[in-house]
Design a protein around this ligand. Sequence first.
Ligand SMILES: NC(=O)c1ccc[n+]([C@@H]2O[C@H](COP(=O)([O-])OP(=O)(O)OC[C@H]3O[C@@H](n4cnc5c(N)ncnc54)[C@H](OP(=O)(O)O)[C@@H]3O)[C@@H](O)[C@H]2O)c1
Length: 303
Amino acid sequence: MKRILICGANGLLGQRLALMLSSQTEYEVLHTSHHRSFVFDNRLLDYTQLDITRKSDVKSLVSSFHPDVIMNAAAATNVDWCETHREEAWKVNVVGVEHLIEAARKVGARLIHVSTDYVFDGKSGPYKEDDRPNPLSYYGKSKLAAENALRISDIPYAIVRTIVVYGAGINVKENFPLWVFNSLRAGKRIRCVEDQISNPTSVNDLAFAVLKIFELNKTGIYHVCGSERLSRYEFARRVAEVFELDPELIERARTSDLQQIAPRPMVTGFITLKAESELHLKPMDTRQGLTLMKRELHSTRKL
Ligand SMILES: NC(=O)c1ccc[n+]([C@@H]2O[C@H](COP(=O)([O-])OP(=O)(O)OC[C@H]3O[C@@H](n4cnc5c(N)ncnc54)[C@H](OP(=O)(O)O)[C@@H]3O)[C@@H](O)[C@H]2O)c1
């Protein structure tokens, strides 16, 4: 039976991987994250606390579980926090990945790692897998450094780059559509930028791609994102439409109005032909992704 180790299993992607794998009986899955407790019932799904920044913990857990693959969904994902907490961000996003690489090498495991469009400068999106990265933010720099650590390692690896991931989960960080939904439902006015353009990604598509890479034994870089390129303003309007909330509460803004701490790449998006042809990914558009999220939100809130 193949063994899968998931790191960051309490996060949005980690939870989705756990749910998708829970219906498959041919794998033994160990879920880990840096919190003591798991968001799911750990009598049903195996869970162990693991902080990937702790080298000896990573080493001993990987040696004892002996996974065939490590799926790394753990990261410091708040872009503005990373800008002001550089040392901590580096520790999770780079040193943590180096620990996983070293541990994977010892047991002959593959590593599937997740990265971001923020490795690009946003001057010439949509990007292909072999386009030249040039991160603007510290978050982007740390994610690129982790990619480079994998590139120079001698272990089999895959990197899945993705963009503005959204979906429902238990106690997950407020992703963009969730913030829009919560604000509009409370009757709050919000400002959304019309000059940051990208392809938002349903967490279902992202998890699907990670699992396909594992099943098909793929290595290398894959770009995975939704099929629609739109601004944050347009995306927020789509949230209002799907969740039947008042779109008039959404105001147009420019990036320069918001004074976000970390610089953002303005126009990204990916060309996903490789993932579509090799992984059979059929990326959702935002109406499909948000409709699914609406259903999931309903069921997670009932849990
Ligand atoms: N979300 C996006 O819009 C987006 C866009 C592009 C790329 N990505 C990439 O996609 C991946 C998954 O993102 P996500 O949206 O699922 O993020 P998320 O919801 O923030 O989940 C990340 C998880 O990692 C855990 N974690 C943080 N530090 C850790 C450590 N030292 N050891 C173990 N676990 C740790 C977090 O735990 P706590 O919650 O307890 O801190 C959290 O459960 C990340 O690599 C991210 O960079 C995300």
